[in-house]
Design a protein. Structure first.
Lengths: 75, 413
């Protein structure tokens, strides 16, 4: 069980993701067009690869925050 | 009104998040969110009668007039809170009880926003019981996005999603889904989780996999509006939900089903932009317009609701005043003040704040009686439980990779 707060845990994740080279990951990504590329540097690759290779910074802000559209659409 | 952009940190260790302010007529600066979601109630009428529905007035056959639709989009042509894109969702009743022609005209009406460089995406959330070939042709022609409400296999779905004669609607929903498939129309599914369904995660995923669903949203039954009692209001719900979510997470990954709650949180964390403000807690992030043109903001569930403390959440009518004029309404100011106070309570009392941003104001009002409050059952179930499932998964993935540093270099270099 982690003794860190949620904030600290998320911060730690962010730091680790940032420490990886997203550009290098992008160049090596042989499926980079599978989900469409949003610009010349960003790879919007599948969730698993984004996690595994640390290219999470590629997720577009236009996808919305996790709270933006999540909770209300239907009951 | 003047638009002002500032930078304002929202959580202790979070990155500064751009904030936006509008100046009200009395000179006050009011923080707002750019419009992300426009909820339009084409009709309050629903042809079925789900046990957990929060919407009042579901037998009211009124239809929104096209003059109301035009008035909304005309107003948005010059509104300061409109950015480059937003979604219009037709909701708060069963949208398919209105006519195809209505939506065709409404979509056309929204096209004027292109003149200001704004794209409007239309979305319909339907129970699918009224889908026919004509609707399918319209969906294809108009590129309207479709979401279908179905709660899993018949025995789970029909417990709550029934017609007014008390009969289950599952078979009719499946007919609608078959038609959508036959026409090659993509759609996502929203499934409401009740206390009963929490014990059946395997059956849920097996069913959705069997009908080829790839995108699944989970709504947890809430106490809200007309739904005064929730099956989730029992002591073991939190534990049962957590067990269910863990199992759904595991099974969905195997079946290639993307679950909205997990996926969007993962994206949010991996974006490195966590800590930004909660759109439901700021005006204009979500704007809701009812069948008569009355408008509201903050949580979309507030539209058409009555409340003992706040009376109502209508801040104006589009036929009488522009949306931005709500900033000058004393009722709006009172509601917003309480919502801000509630968000501050969350900020100082809840360690999940950095990923949540203050919860849902509607749940605070209906569960706690006031917006100026913090935790709700909804928070515990729909927010904290999801975070508790997803966060360790991400940490595990990263730690595995960190332990295998040489492999990572080999992959990326």
């Amino acid at each position: 069980m982690s003794t860190l707060t949620i904030d600290e845990r998320v911060h730690r994740i962010t730091e680790r993701v940032r420490s990886r080279s997203t550009e290098a990951t992008y160049r090596q990504c042989d499926q980079k067009t599978r989900y469409g590329c949003r610009d010349s540097r960003q790879c919007s690759h599948c969730n698993v690869l984004a996690v595994d290779l640390g290219c999470g910074a590629s997720w577009s802000d236009s996808d919305g925050g996790w709270d933006a559209h999540s909770d209300w659409s239907d009951r | 009104m003047d638009a002002v952009t500032t930078a304002q940190p929202t959580a202790a260790s979070a990155l500064p998040t751009p904030a936006h302010c509008l100046r009200a007529s009395d000179g006050r600066l009011v923080e707002y969110s750019p419009l992300q979601l426009l909820v339009m109630q084409s009709t309050p009428l629903c042809n079925i009668d789900c046990a957990y529905c929060y919407l009042p007035d579901r037998q009211n056959p009124k239809r929104m007039r096209m003059e109301t639709v035009d008035a909304v989009y005309s107003d948005l042509m010059t509104a300061r809170f409109v950015g480059k894109q937003f979604t219009t969702v037709w909701h708060a009743g069963e949208p398919l009880t209105a006519s195809i022609r209505f939506y065709a005209d409404a979509v056309r009406s929204s096209h004027r926003l292109a003149e200001r460089g704004c794209k409007v995406v239309h979305s319909i959330q339907t129970n699918a019981t009224l889908v026919n070939d004509d609707w399918c042709e319209f969906f294809k022609e108009s590129a309207v996005r479709i979401g279908v409400s179905i709660d899993g296999p018949a025995d789970l779905h029909d417990r709550n999603r029934r017609n007014r004669s008390g009969q289950g609607t599952h078979s009719r929903v499946m007919q609608g889904i078959s038609l959508l498939r036959r026409h090659g129309i993509e759609f996502h599914v929203i499934c409401v989780l009740t206390r009963h369904s929490l014990d059946h995660p395997d059956a849920l995923i097996a069913f959705f996999a069997s009908i080829g669903i790839q995108r699944l949203g989970l709504n947890i039954e809430e106490i809200e509006g007309a739904n005064r009692v929730s099956s989730m209001s029992v002591p073991d719900s939190a534990d049962a939900l957590r067990r269910c979510l863990v199992r759904l997470h595991e099974l969905a990954a195997k079946e290639g089903i993307v679950i909205r709650e997990f996926d969007s949180l993962r994206r949010y964390i991996y974006s490195g932009r966590y800590g930004r403000v909660n759109v439901q807690s700021l005006p204009f992030g979500v704007v809701s317009v009812d069948v008569e043109g009355n408008y509201s903001t903050f949580s979309p569930e507030l539209l058409t609701m009555r409340h003992p403390r706040y009376s109502h959440f209508t801040f104006g009518n589009i036929h009488q005043e522009p949306l931005s004029s709500m900033l000058d309404s004393s009722h709006f100011r009172s509601v917003y003040s309480d919502i801000q106070a509630g968000t501050n309570r969350c900020r100082t009392t809840c360690e999940y704040f950095c990923l949540c941003g203050g919860g849902a104001p509607s749940n605070k009002a209906f569960e706690n009686g006031t917006f100026d409050s913090a935790e709700t059952t909804y928070c515990r179930l729909a927010k904290k439980s999801v975070i508790d499932v997803v966060l360790p998964t991400i940490e595990s993935e990263l730690e595995i990779r960190l332990d295998e540093g040489n492999s990572l270099v080999a992959i990326t270099s």
